[in-house]
Design a protein around this ligand. Structure first.
Ligand code: F0G
Length: 456
């Protein structure tokens, strides 16, 4: 059989309220043309994020009932720690309420003013948590990443020569850590090859700089290594994931992605002295080190999710369902980032709306139109998110203007995705009529969450 089916049945459903185009035009206007400011009940298909929006399994919900809410040393903590150590292999595990809390603790300890942290591409919270400590977050994507249509298999790779050059220029003492984001979310959800993880790890080690993985979507990355990198076709995904982490000194993780959890995260290291400092900070702002701001039931749900996400039938379905949307759009002539990534399909808004200049936010304008047209909520990854430098107050076009259609795990069916494809093709038909936007208000950091817009 060539049809790849959802390897699960549906046992609980959540109704979707349907809206009309006229209602949606009013609702998005009231939201200041910012999809983040919409009410979720006014959205038909919510592709804003794959974070915390997964459907949990029967096993996951059963684990919720097993949650031990003891303040210290709960059974849930030990099940969580065991699962993380089994899958990731790091000795020290610090639980946090989500990924950015792990980032805040790690960068708060390691990043001093003037220091530089390289990454293939920093996610927005990663960048902001470095900048808030006075550091500089530098993106070093590989050359293939620059062209959305380039079909190279590992466009999440870091430019290793650029990393060498950066360390030579800044001095290793000014680089507190090197990071790799797997998969590379802000760079189109593209995977990083094992060869690149190995090469980056070797450079970092040679300079005595710690090497960290931003591990949010580690299982999807491991699946792509199995599918696309020579030599891994017969290696279990679980072993590939372990081999990725074996090359690192630690990781930050948002369990809201590849752990199917609605909330949670963690920070790992092999360094006992650093772990002790991290736990001191954790107690100050998150919680005692055996819960770190999470309920016992959250810890148990994560423990189950970390095993489920490595199921290869699930990963095959996951990659196939993302590719299904990407391929349909490519057939319709819509400019998208290729090849399909793991958790999302990315529209290339500069290719979609060539008549809208980057400083009129083509990605944002397209996301607003997808909502008006079909009630689809998507997220700009472009000049609104990354174009403003909070230190200089200057605005420049971001490297690209994308619209991310993030696909929640195990949530939407193929007919939902057919609706999404049809809507995008209809908007593409009348793309010449779309206009750009201007900002009417925006905060200094992470401005996309609360900014308001008007037609340019
Ligand atoms: N790193 C990456 C690569 C991420 O994608 C995210 C979150 C984080 C760190 C922070 O994790 O949300 O648990 O604090 N990404 C979500 C997204 C929000 O929509 O892509 P968090």
């Amino acid at each position: 059989m060539k049809t790849i089916i959802e390897p699960f049945r549906i046992k609980v459903v959540e109704p979707i309220r349907l809206t009309t185009p006229a209602e949606r035009a009013r609702l998005i206007e009231q939201a200041g043309l910012n999809p983040f400011l919409l009410r979720a009940e006014d959205v038909i298909i919510d592709l804003l994020t794959d974070s915390g929006t997964s459907a949990m399994s029967a096993e996951g919900w059963a684990a919720i009932m097993r949650g031990d809410e003891s303040y210290a040393g709960a059974r849930s903590w030990y099940r969580f720690q065991d699962a993380v150590q089994r899958v990731f292999g790091f000795e020290h595990v610090v639980p946090t309420h989500q990924g950015r809390a792990a980032e805040r603790i790690l960068f708060g300890l390691l990043v001093k003013p003037g220091m530089v942290v390289p990454n293939n591409t920093h996610f927005d919270t990663t960048r902001a948590n470095i900048e808030v400590n006075g550091g500089r977050a530098v993106d070093l994507p590989c050359a293939a990443a620059a062209d959305p249509a380039d079909p190279s298999p590992f466009k999440g790779d870091m430019d290793v020569a650029a990393l060498e050059a950066l360390i030579a220029k800044e001095g290793a003492a000014n680089v507190p850590l090197v990071m790799l984001t797997v998969t590379n979310n802000s760079g189109g959800g593209q995977p990083v090859s094992m060869a690149n993880i190995r090469a980056v790890s070797a450079v970092a080690r040679r300079h005595g700089v710690p090497f960290y993985l931003d591990a949010c979507r580690f299982a999807e990355n491991a699946w792509f290594i199995k599918q696309r990198e020579p030599g891994f076709a017969d290696t279990p995904v679980r072993a590939i994931a372990k081999a990725m982490f074996d090359l690192a000194d630690g990781c930050t993780m948002s369990a809201k992605k590849d752990a199917f959890a609605n909330m949670g995260g963690f920070l790992c290291t092999r360094d006992p002295a650093l772990a002790a400092q991290e736990k001191d900070l954790l107690i100050l702002t998150e919680g005692y080190p055996t819960y770190g701001g999470l309920s016992g039931r959250d810890l148990d749900a994560i423990a189950v999710g970390l095993d489920e996400v490595l199921d290869e039938d699930y990963l095959q379905y996951r990659a196939a369902s993302t590719a299904y949307v990407c391929d349909a759009l490519v057939r319709g002539g819509v400019p998208v980032v290729q090849p399909a990534g793991g958790h999302a399909v990315y529209l290339d808004a500069r290719g979609f709306l060539p008549h809208v200049p980057p400083l009129q936010y083509p990605g944002w304008a397209l996301a607003v139109e997808l909502y008006r047209h079909a009630g689809i909520r998507a997220c700009e990854i472009g000049t609104v998110m990354f174009g403003f430098d909070p230190h200089t107050g200057e605005e420049h076009p971001a490297r690209w203007d994308l619209v991310r259609l993030a696909i929640p795990r195990r949530v939407y069916t193929q007919s939902h995705m057919d609706y999404v494809v049809e809507a995008i093709l209809e908007v593409f038909e009348r793309r010449d009529a779309l206009r750009g936007l201007r900002l009417t208000e925006a905060p200094r950091f992470l401005r996309h969450f609360t900014a308001r817009f008007a037609p340019a």
